[in-house]
Design a protein around this ligand. Structure first.
Ligand SMILES: Cc1ncc(COP(=O)(O)O)c(C=O)c1O
Length: 369
């Protein structure tokens, strides 16, 4: 295989093949894509149109425009009852470059960074890309794929709650216990998408932690490329300098439009989407279990089901391609999320309409018997 500086997303190979099949005229059911399919609120789009008509859309401050930073800071007060100053909020072009800059600053100043396996692949890939020291902490279905505080042996830990790929949500007490062991980089990008109570922010238990969040999941705005960090004030100048150098500024039109996301009526519309995702999750969970997948930890948040496919395979990468070829159903192989037992697991995303979920289940039922 070609040698790359960082590992690719293996699911892209599945997606490429799925697109080929579709070009030949056959329908594929997409359970592999981690991108919400619901429409961006009208008010946000209207604001973007107005901005295009009336503004020149030049670069902005590297850390984002003040009204958006203020709106995000206020949101923390309203949503979590925590005080964050607008100066602690840094707006980034999607959360990914924010995470990259943050890991660089934290890794250089505090040292080795732990991340979970299975977990979101970019953590380990970014750590490698930045030539930082990183360590995988294996997490297991018996503990809902959560990190136990006694397993934390590095000065920094990345927690992702709700988690991709497992949908795990940490309680406030669990976050507190982890924050006593390490500086937490808390990836809260799936906040707002929870099915049994709100996910607590790390800022509810400590001010000495960094939050990564953004507009791609609950806010549905993947292609608008907008995210944010909330960080201790002493990190702001380093992060600002890095972002000046690597991104110059987040997209101006997206920033102006995103301010509307925090209007009460828009938030209510977005919150009502949770019921749509819940319904999909319930149908998919039930169907997968009936077919013979084991779901050792049912997702409490995000829009994924991490399913144990060991009844069908011990090589979930090949299995994903077999399911695609034979059943025309696209799924993400566990290999994308690390090395710890991942050859038995596949991830199903429920970012597709209920009718597609039902059809996908029917196809799997026919293929897997
Ligand atoms: C856990 C997690 N963090 C961060 C991201 C990055 O999202 P974005 O760069 O679109 O904000 C994703 C995207 O799938 C994710 O799953």
């Amino acid at each position: 295989m070609e040698r790359l500086l960082v590992e690719p997303f293996y699911v892209m190979k599945v997606l490429e093949r799925a697109k080929e099949i579709e070009r030949s005229g056959e329908k594929v059911i997409h359970f592999e894509i981690g991108e919400p399919d619901l429409p961006v609120p009208r008010k946000v789009k209207e604001e973007a149109k107005k901005a295009i008509e009336t503004c020149e859309l030049r670069y902005t401050e590297s850390v984002g425009i003040l009204p958006l930073r203020e709106a995000i800071a206020e949101y923390y007060e309203r949503e979590y009852r925590v005080k964050a100053k607008p100066e602690q909020v840094i707006v980034t072009p999607g959360s990914s470059p924010g995470l990259l800059a943050l890991l660089k600053v934290i890794g250089e100043t505090l040292g080795e960074i732990s991340y979970t396996d299975p977990g979101y692949p970019c953590y380990k890939n970014m750590i490698k890309f930045l030539s930082l020291k990183g360590r995988a902490v294996n997490v297991y279905p018996e503990n809902e794929f959560k990190v136990k505080p006694q397993k934390v042996e590095t000065p920094v830990l990345i927690v992702n709650s709700p988690s991709n790929p497992t949908g795990t949500v940490y309680t406030k007490e669990e976050l507190r216990a982890l924050s006593e062991k390490a500086f937490l980089v808390s990836d809260e990008i799936y906040h707002g998408l929870t099915y049994s109570g709100k996910a607590p922010s790390v800022l509810e238990v400590t001010g000495n932690a960094a939050v990564v969040n953004g507009f791609s999941k609950f806010f549905l705005m993947t292609g608008w490329r907008l995210g944010w960090l909330v960080v201790p004030e002493e990190l702001v100048s380093d992060l600002t300098a890095i972002l000046q150098n690597i991104v110059i500024s987040p997209p101006t039109v997206s920033q102006i439009a995103a301010i509307r996301c925090f209007d009460q009526e828009v938030l209510e519309e977005l919150r009502s989407n949770v019921e749509i995702f819940r319904k999909r999750r319930d149908v998919l969970l039930k169907g997968l279990k009936e077919i013979g997948f084991k779901i050792p930890a049912e997702p409490q948040g995000a829009f994924y089901i991490y399913a144990d496919a060991s009844r069908f395979t011990d090589d979930s990468y090949s299995f994903a391609f077999e399911v695609l070829e034979k059943a025309k159903v696209a799924i993400t192989p566990g290999k994308d999320f690390g090395y710890n037992g991942t050859e038995k697991f596949v991830r199903f995303s429920f970012c597709t309409e209920l009718s597609n979920i039902e059809e996908g289940l029917e196809r799997l039922r026919r293929f897997l018997g």
